[in-house]
Design a binder for this molecule. Sequence first.
Ligand SMILES: Cc1cc2nc3c(=O)[nH]c(=O)nc-3n(C[C@H](O)[C@H](O)[C@H](O)COP(=O)(O)O)c2cc1C
Length: 199
Amino acid sequence: MARILVLYYSSYGHTETMAHAISAGACQAGGQVVVKRVPDLVPPAIAAKAGYIVNQPVPTASVAELPSYDAIIFGTPTRYGMMAAQMKNFLDQTSQLWAQDRLVGKLGAVFTSTGLQHGGHEATILSFHTVLLHLGMIVVGLPYSYGGLTHMDALVGCSPYGASTLSGKRGERTPTEIDLEGAKFQGRHLASLAAKLAG
Ligand SMILES: Cc1cc2nc3c(=O)[nH]c(=O)nc-3n(C[C@H](O)[C@H](O)[C@H](O)COP(=O)(O)O)c2cc1C
């Protein structure tokens, strides 16, 4: 059974909701799935003022545990067109793993939550892929076999690069069914590929 880590950062819960949908999809494909988040960096007073969800029940991951998974799917909100500093800070602590090839050949994938339709959801995922490639991971996207990618009748997230949702300018939107199904599809896809590799 392939071990899958769904690792995310979320300030307002949209990425977290997508993380649980990714996890549900990976479980459907028989993966042994663990959902964790990366630690916050924002001082608690500022986080409270900005309305961040604090005391999230999901445990935080350690960098040291990453090699114990066959596949890792990373979730981050878009921050100025790229991943959140909290996620980058976590990844910047992997240099020992990089030096020892500990993540080489593992599967890696990315999903995101972005405020606006053209606010950078694809850019966030694609620039995140650069880090995965430096770590020697095999990048997995969201193939067009997920029919939701061709949906044009409503405002929805997701792209061939990975699942995404659009939170709105004030975080007022919630992930659509297309977004959640895309997240499940990507989770299933990743877990089934991981099972083949692990087998
Ligand atoms: C500092 C900052 C920068 C942001 N930059 C962008 C951006 O470049 N494009 C965009 O569409 N939304 C941007 N947003 C909105 C976030 O993407 C949005 O809050 C996020 O999708 C919510 O995800 P979460 O609920 O998981 O925290 C930004 C938000 C913050 C706080």
